[in-house]
Ligand binder design. Structure first.
Ligand code: ANZ
Ligand code: ZN
Length: 846
């Protein structure tokens, strides 16, 4: 054994050996319990970033521990490889997307291997490979067959920079594209949708079956699905046979309606508006069309509206109320029309104040209804026969009357819309249908899959789908009638590719079926899923949806894809910004002791922000590995913060972990150099034995917790290292076994170092990563106690039963706190404390 910790040689050597011996291969299915550990697969953007390192190391620790706890483990990796960056790179640099993507995959695979992650590489998948997307296409046909995929013309979000349609989920709260940042426009186009709304209720309900998901993620999903329980009510239009239907969550306020509002896009606007109002209303419609949904509904935006001149009858009161159009009513939600109740809704209140519409109180509670709306429940007033009822009862009674009289019913409404999946881009999975002039939409027969994405396509980045320009690919005979027909040229949203990849790993090389249900139903669901919180809604909701559809198609036997979810926090880097321009300045140009803008001399703002290229605050994993090794990099990302919290990058802490690994190295190395001291007090043996068992217990528990705490586990490793360092006789059996336990517990975190040390300590037993996970001896945890005699000025005043290893300062504090002692020192000055360890303390006072 060398005296120096040579991480480069050690890491290279063991990575080679593990690969040669295929130690990370997934075992065949046997009687052992299974464990499926999965990190969200990356987009192959070029290089690994620290966020990847954190994510994959966390999952790797768990996979390694579970293997040693007797589970058979599946721990795979793959690539979410379709998507726009490849296409944009092709446009910018002329490299074909496939080539760009495969280069990046090769590079990132290398970087992953250098981290010592225990993946079964034989199960690697890439969503852009025909042997993968063949099954994505097959799935699409399953959805089509189930009536869950359909086409419709709709107003869609159009990204003018990326020249593609976006799902609602891909537009941020300011109406910008999640990817290009462009202001999103609305366009009317025929698009493909998946009927996720059919599963809205189940997607909501079964969140309750996921106790090991973060509450925050479940709340975000609930919000996104947005279930509202209320009523559908119809208001007949005066002088017409038309009715305006509204959706309301507050039918109990129906006696307070002072106007009804249509969304500007509502088809009745045109029919109902009086001739005098028509020109103004049309102008208004135009100006609203230019706004995004977010601008229209934002709390702080003034609401704009206009009377149509027409009126409806409130069927409950017989009253006539005016019909308005207003920007705050959205056409796509509910019925696209609202009953305005200014007394009990904030928006309506503001609107009524602005346009001088009446405000009528029908629920008690407000001190001054003209001043502020009362939006809570309460007792009904001014509501005819319903006066005196409490809101919840009133809702039921009012819905009952509407149902009986035929102008309404109870209604449940979801915010969730069907998922728009078609994209007019090239680098995605082709939608496997053919448009035939006689037969209409004809699915490509499963036997003809995959519909291979052609490679010889000109990418310009401008206008429509690039595939549409390739006649040789587009023109095909109809599979049904043989007539000349055309392929669908849209590709699928890449979120489809990632909605099912976790089902492929259990049987990744199957070329006859998407997977063998026996294998996938054995390994899946995923036992622990780890990834970024940015996927809290879309990816996770879509995956849950796919799982449920495949279950209903008889392919899966479970309801939820991910049993346990951990969303790890972002990795942040020190960021320097110019206080005036807010521009980021690369740290290499800044003196950390006096951070100033190198050009203007301004004192810079310094803080931690999520690492990103544009902020020049990133640290490349390859650099850290080069300087300190993969084991140090792993230890750092695990130790610096709890997994779900932000992690602030600090080189000094990386060095701290490096020193810690060096300490462990020296401890093992020096054990042979030291002389046996012969007589070790029994209490020291007990203390070390206890430290060893505490470490086993605490680390095991930290790794079993739902949000498993690698940071506290590493802190326990440090304590055990200290206890071993303090022990005087390295030849003693308890020290020897402690050292082996330390290395065993270290192995999931720093797998290379642990393997090297183990091969020195116990070469005959083979790899450390196949050793059974240690178990602790509960008896050794029991603390030995002794009786401390407490004197004041030499007279015994009290006794204290206390743990043998209680520190002296703590003993003094405890002793002084005793009432029997207090009584004799009160009002006097403590002059001296005489301590006879583990026997007696004497407080000298006068
Ligand atoms: C009358 C009323 C009175 C309302 C009251 C609220 C309070 P959630 O919970 O989000 O479903 N609404 C309905 N459709 C709308 C649309 N297309 N655009 C804008 N607003 C719409 O909200 C349902 C409530 O939002 C409905 O209940 C309706 O206003 C409004 F004291 O009806 B309410
Ligand atoms: Zn045909």
């Amino acid at each position: 054994m060398e005296s120096k910790y040579n991480f480069r040689a050690i890491e290279a050597k063991w990575q080679q050996q593990w690969a040669d011996q295929q130690v990370d291969r997934t075992p065949e299915i046997d009687a052992r319990p299974k464990f499926y550990a999965l990190s969200m697969f990356p987009y192959p953007s070029g290089n690994l970033h620290m966020g990847h390192v954190r994510n994959y190391t966390l999952t790797d620790v768990l996979a390694r521990v579970r293997r040693r706890q007797g589970y058979r483990v599946l721990h795979p990796m793959g690539w979410d490889a379709f998507g726009l960056p490849a296409e944009n790179a092709a446009i910018d640099r002329g490299v074909p997307p496939a080539q760009w993507t495969h280069q990046n995959i090769a590079q990132m695979r290398l970087e992953l291997k250098v981290l010592g992650l225990s993946y079964d590489w034989e199960r690697e998948v890439a969503t852009c490979a025909p042997d993968y997307y063949r099954w994505t296409q097959w799935l699409f046909l399953q959805f089509l067959d189930a009536g869950l995929a359909y086409r419709k013309a709709s107003k869609v979000n159009w990204d003018p920079i990326d020249q593609t349609v976006l799902a609602n989920e891909q537009v941020d709260s300011e109406g910008r594209s999640w990817r290009s940042g462009a202001k999103v426009e609305k366009k009317l186009l025929t698009q493909w949708f998946l009927r996720i709304t059919d599963y809205a209720e189940e997607l909501l309900q079964s969140l309750d079956s996921l106790p090991n998901w973060p509450d925050r993620v479940k709340a975000m999903q609930r919000n996104w699905i947005g279930k509202s329980i209320g009523a559908y009510l119809e208001f007949p239009v005066v002088g017409s046979t038309e009715k305006i239907a509204v959706f309301t969550t507050r039918p109990d306020t129906v006696f307070g309606v002072s106007y009804v509002v249509l969304a500007p896009e509502h088809p009745l606007v045109k029919t109902l508006t009086t001739p005098e109002q028509l020109a103004a209303v049309e102008d208004f419609q135009q100006s609203v069309a230019a706004q995004t949904e977010e601008m229209r509904t934002a709390e702080d935006q003034p609401k704009r509206g206009l009377a149509t001149g027409a009126q409806v009858i409130n069927p409950f009161t017989g009253e006539l109320v005016p019909i308005w159009v207003a920007d705050y009513v959205l056409y796509e939600y509910g019925t696209g029309a609202v009953m305005g109740v200014p007394a009990h809704d904030e928006r309506d209140h503001k609107f009524a104040r602005q346009y001088e519409l009446p405000i009528r109180e029908v629920i008690t509670g407000s001190p001054d209804i003209q001043e502020s709306a009362w939006t809570n429940t309460g007792i009904l007033i001014n509501s005819g026969a319903f006066d005196g009822l409490f809101s919840p009862e009133a809702k039921t009674a009012i819905i009952a009357q509407a149902t009986e009289q035929g102008y309404g019913k109870g209604q449940i409404q979801y915010k969730l819309r069907d998922w728009l999946i078609s994209r007019q881009r090239y680098w995605g999975c082709p939608i496997p249908v053919i448009h035939c002039p006689s037969c209409g939409i004809v699915p490509v027969p499963a036997s003809a899959l995959p519909v291979v994405l052609p490679e010889d396509v000109k990418l310009t980045g401008r206008g429509g789908s690039p595939l549409a320009t390739l006649a040789s690919w587009v023109d095909v005979p109809c599979p049904r009638c043989g007539e000349a027909a055309k392929r669908e040229t849209d590709t699928m949203d890449t979120f489809i590719d990632s909605s099912w990849y976790y089902l492929r790993y259990p049987d990744a090389r199957n070329d006859q079926a998407i997977f063998d249900p026996a294998l996938t139903n054995d390994w899946a669901p995923v036992d622990q899923y780890i990834g970024g919180v940015e996927h809290a809604i879309l990816h996770l909701l879509y995956s849950r949806f796919f799982t449920k559809v495949l279950r209903d198609r008889g392919l899966l036997k479970f309801d939820e894809p991910f049993q346990r979810l951990l969303t790890q926090g972002m990795v942040q880097g020190l960021t320097y910004r110019n206080p005036i321009t807010n521009q980021c300045i690369p740290s290499t140009l800044v003196n950390p002791d006096d951070p100033r803008d190198p050009k203007t001399g301004e004192v810079l703002k310094v803080g931690y922000e999520t690492m990103s290229k544009s902020k020049y605050n990133g640290v490349a994993p390859a650099q850290v590995i080069e300087n300190y090794g993969a084991d140090t990099a792993r230890m750092f990302v695990l130790f610096k913060a709890p997994p779900e919290k932000e992690l602030e990058w600090a080189t000094t802490d990386v060095e701290g972990q490096f020193r810690f690994l060096n300490r462990i190295w020296r401890l093992v190395y020096e054990r042979s150099q030291l002389q046996a001291s012969g007589n070790v007090p029994e209490k020291d043996v007990k203390t070390l034995s206890r430290a060893i068992n505490i470490a086993i217990k605490e680390i095991t528990e930290d790794l079993d917790a739902a949000e498993f705490q690698c940071n506290t586990a590493i802190a326990e490793l440090m304590k055990l290292t200290n206890a071993l360092t303090d022990f005087s006789d390295p030849s003693h059996g308890v020290f020897q076994s402690g050292l082996r336990i330390l290395v065993q517990l270290l192995a999931p975190f720093a797998p290379h170092l642990a393997e090297e040390l183990w091969s020195n300590l116990q070469p005959e037993t083979g790899s450390i990563h196949t050793q059974q996970w240690p178990t602790f001896d509960a008896a050794a945890l029991v603390v030995d106690t002794f009786t401390l005699v407490i004197q004041v000025n030499g007279k015994v005043r009290a006794n204290l039963q206390t743990a043998l290893d209680t520190p002296q300062a703590e003993l003094e504090r405890l002793a002084l706190g005793l009432e029997a002692v207090q009584r004799h020192i009160e009002g006097k000055t403590l002059r001296k404390t005489i301590m006879v360890p583990q026997k007696l303390v004497n407080f000298v006072v006068n």
